[in-house]
Design a protein around this ligand. Sequence first.
Ligand SMILES: Nc1ncnc2c1ncn2[C@@H]1O[C@H](COP(=O)(O)OP(=O)(O)O)[C@@H](O)[C@H]1O
Ligand SMILES: [Mg+2]
Length: 384
Amino acid sequence: MSAMPASAQSKTAAPQPSEGATAEGATALRPHAEQAFAGELAALAAQDDRPRPARWRLSPWAVATYLLGGTLPDGTVITPKYVGPRRIVEVAVTTLATDRALLLLGVPGTAKTWVSEHLAAAVSGDSTLLVQGTAGTPEEAIRYGWNYARLLAHGPSRDALVPSPVMRAMAEGMTARVEELTRIPADVQDTLITILSEKTLPIPELGEEVQAVRGFNLIATANDRDRGVNDLSSALRRRFNTVVLPLPESAEAEVDIVTRRVEQLGRSLDLPAAPDGMAEIRRVVTVFRELRDGMTDDGRTKLKSPSGTLSTAEAISVVTNGLALAAHFGDGVLRPADVAAGILGAVVRDPAADRVVWQEYLETVVREREGWTDFYRACREVSA
Ligand SMILES: Nc1ncnc2c1ncn2[C@@H]1O[C@H](COP(=O)(O)OP(=O)(O)O)[C@@H](O)[C@H]1O
Ligand SMILES: [Mg+2]
C-alpha cells in the first residue's frame, strides 16, 4: 500500500499552491523599474492631467518628473532617478513622442541603460521588451523566430511564429529597447531601418506584415568608446535622435549620485544604512575623478590616467561592496580599509601599466594629502 501514499506524500511535500505563493511572495533580486517604483508611477498617473500621446501611461511632463524627481500636488515625493541636466531628459522624452527613435550615447557608466529602462517603464509601463546587443545578436532577435516543432507540424503560421521584443512592441504600441546597438553586426542592425522608417515588419513567409501601432517607439543605447559607433549606417543613424549622456559635471553631483544609488542598493541587499560613510564616498569619488581627469582636484598636479573607465557606476559598486564588508566584518561604518581593495580593483585593470599609475598616484598624491593617512595605509596594505 505504498504507491499511492508515496505519491500523495510527495505532493504534500511540494504542494502546488504554496509553491506558487512562494514564487509570488518572494522578492525579485532586482525588480524591474515599473515594479520597484510602481507607487510613484501610480501617483503620477493619478495626478497627471496633461495630454498623453497615444498609448502613453503618462504625459511627457510626468515622464520627465518621474526621471528627474519632484513633489506632486498631493505631497507625494518622486525620487530622482537620473541626476543630470533637465534638458537632456526633456529632449529624450520628447523624442519618444515623435516618429524618431532615441539613441542614448555616452561612455560606460553614464546611466544609458538605467535611463532607457526608466523611460520605458514610465512611458509604456513595461521595460522588459529588450534586445541585448552583442556581436552574436541574430536577425531573429530583432524580427521574429520560429517554434520549430509547430513549424514542422503545421507549416508556417502565426502560431508557429515567435515574435521578438521589437515585434511585440510594434504590435502593442509600446517602447522597445535595444542595448548596445553598435555591437550588433551591421547587416543585423539594418533590420531596424524598415522598422523605424516604414514602421512595419514584413513576414515574407506568411505574406503578411506587422504594422506598428501608435505608441510604438524604440530606445537604443550605445557606448561611444566602442569602435562600432561610427559604423552605424547613415540610413539608420538618420532614424535616431541622439542624446549624449555626460559624465557628472562636478564632484558634488557625482557624490550625490553615488550616495543615492548606494542607499537604494543597500536597501535591496538588506545592508544597514551607513550614516558615517560620506567621507569615504567623497574619497572614492575624488580618486576616480582625479585619475579620470588626469589632474588633481586643485589643478596643480598632472596625473597619468589608468586604462579603465572609472565610471560613476564603478564608484557605486566600490562603495556598495565596501558597505557590505563594513556590515559583515566591521562595525557597520564605512572605513578606508573597506574601499581600498575595491578602488585598487577598479583602477588596476591592466596589471603592468595601471599598477605603475596607481603607485605613482598613491605616493605623490594620497600620501601627502591631509587627512588621508588612514586611507594611504589601507591602500598600501592591499597594493602590496
Ligand atoms: N547621472 C546619473 N544619475 C543617476 N544614476 C547614475 C548616473 N550616472 C550613473 N548612474 C548610475 O550608474 C549605474 C550604471 O549605469 P548604467 O545605466 O549601467 O550605465 P551605462 O549603460 O551608461 O554603461 C546605474 O546604477 C545608475 O544609477
Ligand atoms: Mg549599459
